[in-house]
Ligand binder design. Structure first.
Ligand SMILES: [Zn+2]
Length: 166
């Protein structure tokens, strides 16, 4: 499925949609083609360039984007590395630095990637109680467009110029 980058009226990256949705927005004149280069869609009467980037005509107002606090985003922030022992592995778990039953929030500053062994060793304790150490202090990841859309860039390098700076 081909992804299409949707820009707001002010050129801020807004979201990513599929080709079908992008063509619909263009045909109903809600969006304009900004970048093509993916060949053409042909119908009986017409042919349209297949979009890579489109821009909405009307400004969509929304809060400043942030990175969703989700397991895969926590692992990505932590470089798929256990934040206690430094091992890189596939089946990492999420650890609450201050355990939830001790009032630790489910928030960026209190979650880290941990291997099952370290998570088990730490148990329901605080770091100090378990005699463990964090490799890095957890931070909220940058909410830049380049960070948020990084996983699309490999297949859509032409988006780089539209993402940088936002
Ligand atoms: Zn570990």
């Amino acid at each position: 499925m081909e992804a299409v980058l949707v820009l707001n009226a002010n050129f801020e990256p807004l979201n990513v949609c599929n080709m079908h949705r992008a063509l619909g927005l263009m045909l109903t004149e809600k969006a304009t083609l900004i970048l093509d280069g993916r060949g053409f869609v042909r119908t009986a009467q017409n042919s349209f360039p297949r979009p890579s980037v489109i821009r909405l005509h009307k400004m969509v107002h929304r809060p400043r984007p942030s990175v969703r606090l989700a397991r895969k985003e926590i692992l990505r922030r932590d470089g798929y590395t256990c934040q206690y022992c430094g091992r890189q592995m596939g089946d990492l778990t999420i650890d609450h630095v201050i355990p939830r039953h001790l009032g630790g929030p489910h928030a960026w500053l209190n979650v880290v990637a941990a291997c099952p062994q370290c998570n088990h060793r730490k148990g329901g304790r605080r770091i100090e109680e378990a005699g463990m150490h964090l490799l890095h202090r957890p931070v909220e990841p940058p909410a830049s467009a380049e960070y948020i859309y990084a996983h699309h860039l490999q297949e859509n390098q032409e988006w780089q110029q539209f993402l940088s700076g936002w």
